[in-house]
Structure formats: C-alpha cells, structure tokens
Design a protein around this ligand. Sequence first.
Ligand SMILES: Cc1cc2nc3c(=O)[nH]c(=O)nc-3n(C[C@H](O)[C@H](O)[C@H](O)COP(=O)(O)OP(=O)(O)OC[C@H]3O[C@@H](n4cnc5c(N)ncnc54)[C@H](O)[C@@H]3O)c2cc1C
Length: 379
Amino acid sequence: MADRFDVVVIGGGITGLMTAWNLAEAGAYVALLEAGDLGTQASGANAGSLHLQIQYPEFAAYGEEWARAYGPCLGFLKDSLALWQELSDRVGEDLDVKLGGGVVVAQTDAQLETIARKAAIEGAHGVETKMLSRDELQALAPYLSDKAIGGGYCPMEGKANPLRATPAVAVAAQSAGVTIHCNTKVAGIVKEPEGFEIVTSSESFRAKRIVNAAGAKAGTIAAMLGVNIEIDGFPLQVTVTEPVAPLIPHLVYSAAGKLSLKQAANGGCIIGGGWPAARRGDGTLATDPTSLTGNMSVAAGVVPKLGAMRAVRSWTAWVNGTPDWRPILGEVPSCGGFFLALFPWVGFSAAPMTAQLTAELVLGKRPSTPLKGISVLAD
Ligand SMILES: Cc1cc2nc3c(=O)[nH]c(=O)nc-3n(C[C@H](O)[C@H](O)[C@H](O)COP(=O)(O)OP(=O)(O)OC[C@H]3O[C@@H](n4cnc5c(N)ncnc54)[C@H](O)[C@@H]3O)c2cc1C
C-alpha cells in the first residue's frame, strides 16, 4: 500500500493532468493514475479546435430550448479559452495556441437564418457571433467557396496543438510534485471512513479525495462507488492533409454538414467535425470509409482548394459524450470526497476551466465560477 494522498486523480488526459497540476501547485499531495500512457486517448487524438460557439449540427437537431439550457456553459468555455491563451507561458512551451476566430458558413437562406437564431442565444450568454453578408464573409475568408452566401463569425475561437499540450502539462504537473503512475488501471474503489482505497492493476492507493477524470470511461469509475452518470464513449475520426502554404487562418464550420476545419502550424489541414469511426469486432476503432468521404466532401464544398490536396492520415478515438452536452462537474452529493471532472464533446477546449474549477472544489474553496446551470450536479 502506497502513501495516503490528499487527492488521487484518475485519468491522465489533459483534464486529469491539469487538475492534478493545479492541486499540486496549491500544495496538495497528489497522485495521478493512468491505465495506459498519458494523453493517448481523446486528449492526444482530438482535432485541436478551441470551440466556443454552440455547434451548428446540434443546434439544428436539438433546437432553441436545448441551446438555452446549454447557454450557461458558453461563459465557462469563454473563460477556458482565456486560460488557453496563457497556457504556453505557464508551461514554458509554444502550444500553437491561436485564437483567429471561428466561421460557420451558410450556403442557403435557411441555414443563414438558423445561424442568426443561434447567434442570438450566444449573444445572450456573452459570446459575440457577428452575422456576415456574402461580401463580408468573402473579404474575411477569401479561401471559401463562392457558394457561401454568408455566415457567423465568433472572434474568440481558435486552435491549439493537442500533441504538444498534454505532454507539456504532464511535465508541469510532475514538476509541481504530482506522482504519476502510468499503466496503472483502476479496477475498484472502496469507500473508507476517512477517504478511499483505490485498487489498481499494480498496487493499491489511499486518498482523502478522488477526482474522476477518466473521460469516456468515467462511468465505469463512478459505478465502482455506486454512482450512476450519463457519460459514454463515442467513436470519432479526424483526417489531416499534406502540408500546404498558409491558407486558412480560422476555425471553419459548415451549416451544410458536419465539419471542423483548421490549418495547423505545420501547414496540414485538420478535418473533422464529429464523423463516426468504425468499431472492429475486437472493440478497437478503424477509419470508416463512408465517414471519410462524407467529411472530405463537406470540407471541399466549403474550401474548394482542399479538393486538390492529399489526405495523408486519418485517426480515431473515443470521445466522452453526454446526451444533453452539459458537463458533470463537482462533488457527488451522495459520495463525499468523490469529484467528477467531465466536460463532454469539447473537453479539450474546456480543460483549463474544468481543471481550475475542480481543483477549487477539491480544496474546499468557493468556485470562481458558480456551477449552477452549468454542471448537472449543481441543478
Ligand atoms: C477524434 C476526436 C476529436 C475531438 N476534437 C475536439 C476538438 O477539436 N476540440 C475539443 O475541444 N474537443 C475535441 N474532442 C473532445 C476532447 O478530446 C475530449 O473531450 C477531451 O480530450 C477529454 O479529455 P479528458 O482528459 O477528460 O479525457 P481523455 O483524454 O479521454 O483521458 C482520460 C484518461 O483516463 C484514462 N482511464 C480510463 N479508465 C481508466 C482507469 N480505469 N484507470 C486509470 N485510467 C483510466 C484513459 O486511459 C485516458 O488516458 C475530440 C475528441 C475526439 C475523440
């Protein structure tokens, strides 16, 4: 049995690592347990978008009532993007963070009207999305197809490099004193009078408090303490093109189909947007050819030059998703000392705020942002 820690964080993705780092910087004695290697699940495989605006496909599918319920999360994401802007300095490494703005492109009047309704809800929650005419859009983003009739522009959105961010945060966490155990899969948790015993594939740990930051597998961890949460893993894929000269300075979405598109610092265009990957019989994931062609077709319909570029690599990973998109953050009321740090679907964008808020709550501080209306645990 190892030492008794103040906090054991389960999950070595960006959320768990940042939370552990914040806790250790505040003086807590922290261990982080990771089933495999750090940042090898969603945090290392995501598309690197720093999202803020409500995603168009979900707005179109779920409607205004859903968007109003989700609205308070926009302020949380806005604060998180502000923390992203400071992160390179904080870790002492360039993480390719660029907030060049996000553009959602319409090709029909109905799509433009839907973007405007979405922008009105975003505006009510302090997130500016400026509606652009055809000419304004073409002036801002001349690389777009001339089929674009207008769109919405959210100036605060952007991108970061996930392949740099999570490893850099891991180094910072370790330097702050976090004890990191890789290849240490949590297999069971026992509630004790003064805390928890965490049983893993290698050894057992004791902690006064636990943070569950296990991403798509967080439901399995919560169930070990009899806590039922609505989070699951959904298989997604992303594709990158060969590097090309600077072309796309924005994060680009389409109202005509699922798309997130940006150009990385090395020139490759990263194309995703929530297209499902295929599941093999053994449970592992593979690129789905139908999703691949669908995704490329939407992308080339928005930025015609993409049609002449070669896609060089596609990859897959499980994203942590919840049905209503709302985060599950805070201490579980029925299980004192057990904290959930789960921001679904856009958890890379949200990670700095998720980590900051979680650390505050674990340390018994008043949260800098009230979680009412944001976390389902605070309803
Ligand atoms: C293909 C794809 C593209 C995406 N694109 C974007 C994007 O552009 N922008 C954005 O904001 N978000 C994006 N996301 C979502 C985002 O990546 C995730 O929401 C975020 O990375 C979640 O981080 P996390 O640290 O909470 O979880 P993860 O990165 O999944 O980390 C959880 C960790 O917990 C570990 N774990 C699980 N079970 C156990 C156990 N029993 N014991 C110990 N450890 C365990 C796992 O091994 C894993 O390392 C995307 C996701 C995917 C899959």
